[in-house]
Design a protein around this ligand. Structure first.
Ligand SMILES: Nc1ncnc2c1ncn2[C@@H]1O[C@H](COP(=O)(O)OP(=O)(O)OP(=O)(O)O)[C@@H](O)[C@H]1O
Ligand SMILES: [Mg+2]
Length: 260
């Protein structure tokens, strides 16, 4: 286990805890279990990658962590608090200030300029207009977007659009950054650039969960979780020499003496 990331005594160390989380979709052919009892925990300050074949349930899990979808069963905790039954409104408020999300296809608002796409979430989160403007300016500079600040997002390259999406996700300095294939639609150069920005903009206490097919992206994470058929089937720590471990024991259980 790596050293504990910095956190104050009043903040819980676990950012995310999922216990026996399930998601079953109703389909024409009957119920389909996209997630089958997922146990999963992420500490504050961790950088975790989720990988696995297409259809294994990665996006389904990420959507649950973001509150964009509700689990069919199991428990989900965010900073120690049960959130699996929370309303769409409670989640919207939580996402506004505490969770940043980046998707594969950018999801920018095309009738707003690049700069406004970044600034609006700061205003919605209740920051004073001057503060929101300062944050927008700082991110435009840091993410090398100053020259395109006044353009509509559709005029930008894919790599630029994803940097705008990242700036928008980071403008409220979220404790948790969730990304679903953030480099999946980019060439390798633009993908590297997006990952560089994620690393550079990261604060020590920020927690990152990235879903990715790209081994180079996953190798930058502190921990890589593998999914298959709706289950977590393994986890590795890149940069450590040990063999890939096959463990299904979530870290919170190890801490509590390994009882399940
Ligand atoms: N709304 C839905 N209704 C029915 N089935 C769904 C729905 N959303 C996802 N699924 C199914 O659940 C399974 C998991 O989907 P999910 O999108 O989580 O996979 P994924 O691991 O993200 O795959 P990919 O790498 O292709 O993005 C798939 O078989 C998918 O078809
Ligand atoms: Mg997916």
């Amino acid at each position: 286990m790596t050293a504990n990331p910095p956190h104050s005594d009043s903040t819980p160390e676990l950012m995310i805890e999922a216990r026996q989380l399930t998601r079953t979709f109703r389909t024409g052919g009957g119920p389909f279990k996209a997630l089958k009892s997922v146990d999963f925990a992420v500490r504050r300050g961790e950088f975790v990658a989720i990988t696995g074949p297409s259809g294994s349930g990665k996006s389904t899990l990420l959507h649950l962590l973001a509150g964009l979808d509700q689990p069919s069963g199991g428990e989900l905790r965010f900073k120690g608090i049960r959130v699996d039954q929370d309303s769409a409104r409670q989640w919207a408020l939580r996402r506004r200030s505490q969770i940043g999300i980046v998707f594969q296809f950018f999801n920018l608002i095309d009738n707003l300029s690049v700069a406004d796409n970044i600034e609006v979430p700061a205003l919605l989160a209740g920051h004073r207009p001057r503060d929101a403007r300062d944050r927008r300016t700082a991110l435009l500079d840091a993410l090398n977007l100053r020259d395109v600040a006044n353009l509509a997002p559709a005029r930008l390259s894919g790599g630029q659009q994803q940097r705008v999406a990242l700036a928008r996700a980071l403008v409220n300095q979220p404790e948790l950054l969730l990304a679903d294939e953030p480099t999946g639609n980019l060439d390798s150069q633009a993908g590297r650039e997006v990952m560089r920005v994620i690393r550079e903009q990261r604060t020590p206490s920020q927690t990152i969960v990235i879903v990715t097919h790209d081994a180079r992206v996953a190798s930058q994470a502190g921990r890589v979780i593998t999914m298959r058929d709706g289950r977590i089937t393994g986890e590795t720590e890149p940069g450590r020499d040990d063999e890939p471990r096959r463990t299904l024991t979530p870290i919170f259980d190890r801490e509590r003496g390994g009882e399940r």
